[in-house]
Design a protein around this ligand. Structure first.
Ligand code: FES
Length: 107
């Protein structure tokens, strides 16, 4: 599958052969061994999470602590982008929230 998004944020040249993952149906390049967060940031995708209050945000800590990078990955909600390694043909959906989709709201 040919990627339609170019990586913009790599500090050094990517030497490994990239493959694609799909983000909201759109293919983006990824490299084996990197996190989903790394692939998203390299393609300039930054605000991709909707929290339980409906607020849109993006990653904060980058090390698995803040839970500000939750995504819907391969049919599973609340997967941390910074702690999930990319795999070929991975399906990712941004701004999906299990609590909001089930109609349960806080407060
Ligand atoms: S960016 Fe903080 S948990 Fe992923």
């Amino acid at each position: 599958m040919k990627s339609t998004t170019k990586r913009h944020q790599d500090i050094t040249e990517v030497l490994d052969k990239p493959f694609t993952i799909r983000v909201d149906g759109k293919p983006i390049p990824a490299v084996e061994g990197e996190s989903v967060l790394s692939a998203l940031l390299a393609s300039n995708i930054r605000h991709f999470m909707t929290n339980d209050y409906g607020t849109n945000s993006g990653p904060y800590c980058g090390m698995g602590v803040c839970h500000c990078c939750l995504l819907h990955v391969n049919g599973r909600f609340k997967q941390r982008a910074c702690q999930t390694l990319v795999k070929p043909d991975m399906e990712i959906e941004t701004n999906r929230n299990q609590v909001l989709e089930r109609g349960k709201k806080h407060g």
